[in-house]
Write a protein that binds this ligand. Structure first.
Ligand code: ADP
Ligand code: ADP
Length: 231
């Protein structure tokens, strides 16, 4: 079963501009899908529609077996990681990770267990007592990813999460996020990922499949190898 299904998805903005033209796409359960394309090709519009942050003006969006067109973000089983990952400055890493779960009324022992599990997966158990200002850019971005992991979402949405990092950190985060996806799969919590980037290298090294967009239309959907052989 396709985990995320976009059928003839369209977006017409309030000013009448049509940003997305009948996009059809199936993202499989546990798959790492990358949306790539130049600025303005509608990567974030699509991601924000999947997240429920932008209305869908045509077509159908399913997550699992559920049609989610009209559902609020919280009810979609998704978690989103942004490039501007604003952590709460007055809270430790532990508290940053735990905050959303506590708000949702998750019992304390389960909060502690989920936070610890996320910290293990991201190799940041030693950072739990630190405050955001004591973290490097890469460490802070890991905490931002951790905040998504603790929610145990069905679908992870990444919006250019590495674009504020320098080249060296970006390279190491690419590896970390790819490993994280594999580890989640191996630990029996496979993560369906939609990852938006304008960076070809990120797309080619991280995506299991890549969806190439241009002006709100899908140009190609294929594996990195196939795209590399037949660009
Ligand atoms: P990308 O993420 O690929 O850079 P966007 O999804 O941000 O592209 O934008 C896709 C197109 O939609 C662009 O032409 C952009 O100018 C337009 N657009 C984005 N937001 C709005 C809006 N709120 N109103 C009108 N047009 C918009
Ligand atoms: P509250 O602020 O609501 O009292 P805490 O976040 O302080 O809740 O603690 C909740 C539980 O999480 C505690 O029982 C504790 O075992 C665990 N915990 C808190 N901080 C850490 C930490 N830095 N590392 C590991 N476990 C922690």
């Amino acid at each position: 079963m396709a985990h995320l299904s976009l059928k003839k998805i369209e977006k017409v903005y309030a000013n009448g501009f049509k940003a997305v033209h009948g996009v059809d796409l199936e993202v499989r359960d546990g798959e790492f899908m990358v949306f790539v394309g130049p600025s303005g090709c509608a990567k974030s519009t699509l991601l924000r529609m999947i997240a429920g942050l932008e209305s869908i003006t045509g077509g159908e969006l399913h997550i699992g077996s559920k049609k989610v067109n009209e559902l609020a973000p919280k009810q979609r089983g998704i978690a989103m990681v942004f490039q501007n990952y604003a952590l709460y400055p007055h809270m430790t890493v532990y508290e940053n990770l735990a905050f959303g779960l506590k708000l949702a009324g998750t019992p304390k022992p389960e909060v502690a267990q989920r936070v610890r599990h996320a910290a293990q997966l991201l190799e940041m158990e030693h950072l739990l007592e630190r405050y955001p200002k004591q973290l490097s850019g890469g460490q802070a971005q890991r905490v931002a990813v951790g905040r998504a992991i603790v929610k145990k979402p069905e679908v992870f949405l990444f919006d250019e999460p590495l674009s504020n990092l320098d080249a060296k950190l970006r390279a190491s985060m690419r590896v970390r996020l790819t490993e994280l996806h594999r580890n989640l799969r191996e630990s029996g919590q496979p993560a369906t990922v939609v990852y938006v980037t304008h960076d070809q290298v990120e797309a080619m090294t991280m995506g299991e499949r890549i969806c190439v967009l241009k002006e709100g239309v899908i140009q190609q959907v294929d594996t990195p190898t196939a795209l590399y052989d037949h660009p």
